[in-house]
Write a protein that binds this ligand. Structure first.
Ligand code: DP6
Length: 350
């Protein structure tokens, strides 16, 4: 089924009585950030974003039809999910079922190897894997673009984890109608020249964040006087970033990414009340990254909706950067990631 049509199809709902599928996806880290929605239900952003999918921290998700069940069940890391997690997954399954014209509850078992809700992009890998597995089980035959649009509805950043390496997520024209933007808002791969990058991830705090990124975005869009400037600056950053990637210029990629991340945090610090994810430990890592640069190492920091820091560098420098950051932050766990694969189906039956 082509991406242009699937959201408008109306079919009588036919029951699905069996079938299961297992999919895997990795998180991605944005180098030009997504921060703020134009439409919450459709998960349409105000600006384009660009990311690198990681080769670590996979989420594996198994979806199976539960023919006798009335409701969906979600098991996250071996424990039954409740509240917001259950609601988001069930809403997503409803979307898949409505799109496929099918009905029938499912059991979703998902294992995250990255701390959940700590600003380490767990929702990106989670909804990319769920999109692949659920689409398979309910019989939706989607191309990569349609899959990215579907994953977007679970979590915006998941649209990018459908693809490996670098990916850009198009916001969809701001002047277009919501229906048009819905069709045009998806991710696609971006060429990255001869770049051989690594992201060194410094987990200064693996605990869940106090404010969800969803709520923090909403507050920023609604109340931050800097928000409009952030969107305009981010659009410029995206143009420069695509060019820097094409040239394979890691210093340019890194400095655009660092400035873009600091701009995102500035716009949320200006929200009322302020959203502050950066902690003293984050700032210490930022100082260490500046020191590495003064010592001649190409290293650039980016932070998401949490205090943890991801440091972009040449792959050849990754061990040295990781070692320096481990030495200065004995309390933190430090991981080295390279560009990884997009979301994929591992097995399916029935
Ligand atoms: C700071 O994709 O988690 O990581 O669409 O509300 O689920 P929802 O938000 P989410 O936000 C990610 C924000 C970010 C920046 C980014 O990944 O681009």
């Amino acid at each position: 089924m082509r991406s242009e049509h699937w959201s408008t199809l109306v079919q009588p709902a036919r029951p699905v009585t069996s079938g299961s599928a297992t999919a895997v996806a990795q998180p991605n880290i944005a180098l030009v950030k997504y921060w703020g929605k134009r439409d919450e239900r459709l998960v349409l952003p105000w600006s384009d974003s660009l990311s690198m999918t990681l080769d670590i921290f996979p989420t594996t998700t198994h979806v199976r039809i539960a023919p006798d069940a009335e409701h969906d069940t979600v098991v996250l890391n071996g424990r039954p999910a409740t509240g917001e997690v259950l609601r988001r997954v069930t809403t997503f399954l409803e979307l898949v079922r409505n799109t496929a014209g099918r009905r029938g509850a499912a059991v979703v078992e998902t294992d995250n190897t990255v701390p959940t809700g700590a600003g380490l992009a767990s929702s990106a890998s989670a909804f990319a894997a769920l999109a692949v597995a659920a689409a398979t089980v309910y019989g939706l035959d989607l191309d990569a673009t349609a899959l990215s649009r579907l994953a977007r509805r679970g979590s915006g950043s998941a649209s990018r984890s459908v693809f490996g390496g670098f990916a850009v997520w198009h916001a969809g024209q701001r002047t277009s109608t919501l229906a048009e933007a819905d069709l045009n808002s998806y991710a696609e791969p971006v060429p990255s020249g001869d770049l051989d990058p690594a992201l060194v991830i410094v987990v200064v705090d693996a605990g869940p964040k106090a404010v969800s990124s969803r709520e923090a975005m909403r507050r920023t869009v609604d109340t931050s006087p800097l928000y409009g400037s952030w969107v305009a600056a981010s659009e410029d950053d995206l143009v420069l970033m695509r060019d820097a990637l094409r040239r394979g210029d890691l210093d340019a990629v890194g400095s655009i990414a660092e400035q873009n991340a600091l701009g995102m945090h500035a716009t949320m610090l200006a929200a009322r009340p302020a959203v502050r994810y950066l902690s003293p430990a984050t700032l210490e890592v930022l100082d260490q990254v500046s020191r590495l640069r003064r010592d001649g190492v190409s290293a650039y920091a980016t932070m998401d909706a949490g205090p943890n820091v991801k440091v972009l560098c040449h792959r050849a420098d990754a061990d040295r950067v990781a070692e320096a950051l481990r030495r200065s932050n004995p309390e933190s766990s430090v991981h080295v990631a390279g560009p990884g694969q997009g979301a994929r189906l591992l097995r399916a039956s029935g």
